[in-house]
Design a protein around this ligand. Structure first.
Ligand code: HEM
Length: 450
């Protein structure tokens, strides 16, 4: 059996030339995916570049990526969130570091472990069935919007434990407004206005967060009496205790539930969108996926126990995440203890790695631009270097929701695909690097029979 490559040759950073004062900023801002790909192609695996005066390093070799991700919370400092995120996320684990982050992660992670994901799977399949029930052959739809609505419904029900359509609608609506306004603050004009200025967007954001908080805190209070009997995330967090026996406060539960919602719903909805797009261009893959779904589910209602048997569907999702990793960039700040490949990295440098670039490297993925789920055999997995495929990051800060996302994507795709196909209109669909990797235009399609 072939073995994984061993990296022995030393690597020295090469500097990519930029323009005076701005460094590589113009090229980075224009098209970050093309920029990072060019850095790797033209300069190699470890490249120094500048974002204005900020010294940066770009890594593309899997072992180096592993050193960066593995060093989070020790030799590297984890990326900081923009201040506007704080308004919505609050003190959720994404915004914490050190002991505070460790405590929160230890309290929250058990609630989304594989055993717990089992109980969420029923809601995932139920929402997918409800979605499929509402489809008609020949209907036109916006595939991305439909998938985001579906993963939003799953997130609201599994995380917040809503019981009524009204509660569900309030959480979904206020989250939509809040996320839109936070997004607007990240780029464009709003980001240049001083933080204290009450712009119309910020007023909308604050109003949406106030309404969201009132609803979520009401749900937390309601769930207190029945927490041991319910299986939603809020109920699990209500019974979680740290090593000193301390529980999370209501505010902390709110912050973690909102954080998981934001981290999980759009990433998974976008993965499903790219999956439908890729399936639409590869009828042979779609036919195999449909055959598997029909064989595994039969006429029954899908369940978590079906997940391990959906092996081809899992390969389709893995390959989709390889070509279109929603989190397309990860980074950390170098400290005075940071090294990569034996090279000392100057403290304060920003060190980046991109799944987009490493996942499309022919050294790890032959014929990298081709969508080929069949490549994901056990033998291929065994020789693939660690961190050559890292859509969920890695190291201590790796995505705690990876299992949740993989089970959800596979169950939703197979549940819908056994009856219908969401056939995306032919034509190229370029990717654009926003906060997550997004299709650069609307993803319109037609419902067809499976
Ligand atoms: C396809 C879907 C998903 C992808 C591609 C994804 C990817 C990632 C990545 C790459 C990170 C690490 C970021 C970094 O190192 O800077 C991360 C962190 C995180 N993800 Fe996910 N994620 C997905 C779904 C989910 C879901 C469903 C949940 C929750 C149910 C979730 C919760 C989180 C949280 C809370 C963190 C922060 C962890 C920490 O700071 O310790 N993610 N995710």
């Amino acid at each position: 059996m072939p073995t994984a490559p061993v990296f022995t040759e030393p690597v020295r950073p090469v500097t990519a030339s930029g323009v005076p004062l701005l460094g590589n900023l113009p090229e980075f801002a224009r098209d970050p995916l093309a920029f990072f790909t060019r850095l790797r192609d033209d300069h190699g695996d470890m490249v120094e570049w500048r974002l204005g005066r900020q010294r940066c390093l770009f890594l593309s070799r899997p072992d180096h990526v592993g050193e960066l991700l593995g060093g989070a919370e020790s030799t590297f400092e984890h990326a900081k969130m923009p201040p506007t995120f704080l308004l919505l996320h609050g003190e959720g684990m994404v915004n914490s570091k050190g002991d505070e982050w460790r405590r929160k992660r230890a309290l929250v992670q058990p609630a989304i472990r594989p055993r717990q994901v089992r109980s969420y799977a029923r809601t995932m399949a139920q929402c997918a069935e409800e979605f499929a029930e509402g489809l008609t052959v020949g209907e036109r739809l916006d595939v991305r919007r439909s998938m985001l609505k579906l993963t939003q419904r799953i997130a609201v029900r599994t995380l917040f434990g809503t019981d009524t359509a009204e509660q569900e609608a309030t959480v979904a609506r206020t989250m939509d407004v809040a996320q839109r306004e936070v997004g607007a603050e990240l780029g464009g004009f709003a980001s240049m206005v001083p933080g204290w200025a009450p712009t119309p967007g910020r007023r909308r954001l604050k109003a949406a967060i106030a309404e969201l908080d009132a609803e979520v805190l009401r749900l937390i209070r309601e769930h207190k009496g029945t927490a041991g009997e319910r299986e939603d995330l809020i109920s699990r967090l209500l019974t979680a205790r740290d090593e000193q026996g301390r529980s999370l406060t209501d505010r902390e539960i709110r912050d973690e539930a909102v954080t998981l919602y934001i981290a999980g719903h759009e990433t998974t909805g976008t993965t499903l969108t790219w999956a439908w797009y890729l399936l639409s261009g590869h009828p042979e893959v779609r036919a195999r996926l449909v055959a598997e779904a029909r064989e595994v589910f039969g006429d029954r209602f899908p369940d978590h126990d079906d997940y391990p048997r959906l092996t081809y569907t899992q390969q389709v999702i893995k390959e989709t995440l390889r070509l279109y990793p929603p989190v397309w960039l990860v980074y950390g700040h170098a400290t005075d203890r940071s090294t990569v490949g034996g090279v000392r990295i100057p403290a304060g440098s920003r060190v980046y790695a991109s799944p987009w670039v490493t996942h499309r490297d022919p050294r790890w993925f032959p014929d990298p631009e081709t969508f080929r789920p069949e490549r994901w055999t056990e033998e291929f997995d065994a020789v693939l270097p660690a961190h050559a495929w890292f859509p969920f990051g890695g190291g201590p800060r790796a995505c705690p929701g990876a299992r949740f996302a993989l089970v959800e994507s596979a169950l939703v795709l197979a549940t819908v695909a056994r009856r219908f196909s969401l056939h995306v209109d032919p034509g190229a669909l370029p990717a654009k690097a926003a906060l997550t990797l997004q299709p650069a235009k609307n993803v319109l399609g037609t419902v067809t029979t499976a």
